[in-house]
Design a binder for this molecule. Structure first.
Ligand code: ADP
Ligand code: MG
Length: 333
């Protein structure tokens, strides 16, 4: 059908009563089927509100949400909130039955009219999420990360078309988190599931998402692929969300040899190249922070500190003079 869209929001506005600058404003978006879309933004920027509006947990003050060309209605219209073909997982996962086994928690969502199918499906999803070995454990005995896997298994077992994840991995330690991210990407590839994820973690959104939406004060200020926004953010806010960049005012930029009329100059750590210097160009190494497979170098000149990356361990020592070349920078008004 021409003009057919998967999930679409048109001119959504939602303000919470008695709270200024709350909720979201003028949201227009189209979510692509079978892709992972990540919504990023500082705390309070409206990410959770937007998810609830798309899912039908909240009604907008103005505007409409369409899913497969049908209107998504909010709780005022629909008795059981939340669209039937969508599922949401948050960090609270309060609908888990802590004293029942993992298997029961997951299987409980399927009907009893075909027990063989119920068992096969439960086994399959537990295997897919690498938790079959935990099937007989009670949820209360699991770690935070394992509980999140149960919540995701419960969400996926009924084959939803859309999975909403609201900062689901916050409580999960980083080694576990990566496995879960890979599993979700794999499920998306295999099944065509559409995922919309809210996240704080730049590494997570950059590696997981096909598409990014940047929210600021309730409005979408930028959208695109992670690569395009990372390499050429159209505003300082997006750069700050996605990178641990150096942000300089024009006077500080001058110390680096950059002359500009822009208000801010952003330099990513990897854009600064270093070499040993016998001359004194003013830069010296203030601190070296070991990060595992690289080092963070903090260098200083005339009171300005820059952070950059070094993978040649032991090349530099704290206090020594250093020469730098800045390969790239971005200016923002
Ligand atoms: P995020 O998920 O990005 O942290 P939220 O969508 O939760 O942001 O909130 C967006 C804004 O709306 C914030 O300023 C928040 O304080 C406000 N807000 C969210 N929920 C409510 C509510 N139930 N009542 C009043 N204000 C709210
Ligand atoms: Mg939130």
């Amino acid at each position: 059908m021409e003009g057919s869209t998967f999930l679409q929001a048109i001119s959504l506005n939602k303000a919470y009563p008695d709270t200024i600058n709350s909720g979201v404003k003028n949201i227009n978006l189209t979510i692509q089927k079978g892709k992972i879309t990540a919504i990023i933004g500082e705390s309070g920027s409206g990410k959770s509100t937007l998810l609830k509006l798309l899912y039908g947990l909240l009604s907008p003050d103005e505007g409409k949400v369409y899913f497969e060309n049908e209107r998504v209605w909010g709780p005022e219209v629909k008795l059981i909130p939340g669209h039937d073909s969508m599922k949401m997982v948050t960090q609270s996962n309060d609908d888990l039955n802590l004293f029942a086994k993992v298997w029961e928690n997951v299987a409980a969502l399927l009907p009893n009219n075909n027990l063989l199918a119920k068992n096969e499906k439960t086994e399959a999803i537990l295997k897919q999420l690498k938790m079959y070995h935990l099937a007989k454990k009670k949820v209360v005995e699991l770690s935070g990360g394992e509980k999140q896997r149960v919540a995701i298994a419960r969400a996926l077992i009924t084959n939803p078309k859309v999975l909403f994840l609201d900062e689901p991995f916050n409580q999960v330690d980083s080694s576990f988190r990566e496995g879960l991210q890979q599993d979700i990407r794999e499920i998306v590839k295999q099944t065509g599931l559409t995922v919309i994820i809210v996240s704080h973690d730049p590494a997570e959104v950059l590696s997981m998402a096909d598409e990014l939406l940047v929210l600021k004060h309730g409005e979408i200020i930028e959208s695109g692929t992670p690569k395009s926004i990372y390499h050429a953010p159209s505003n300082l806010y997006s750069a700050q969300l996605l990178t641990n960049c150096n942000i300089l005012n024009p006077d500080e930029a001058k110390i680096c040899g950059i002359k500009t009329k822009e208000s801010f100059v952003v330099i990513y750590p990897q854009w600064i190249k270093t070499s040993r210097s016998t001359l004194n160009e003013g830069w010296y190494i203030k601190q070296i922070l070991f990060k595992g497979n690289y080092e963070d170098l903090l260098i200083e000149k005339e009171g300005l500190t820059l952070r950059l990356l070094n993978d040649q361990f032991g090349k530099y020592t704290e206090g020594e003079n250093i020469a730098i070349k800045i390969k790239n920078w971005i200016g923002f008004q």
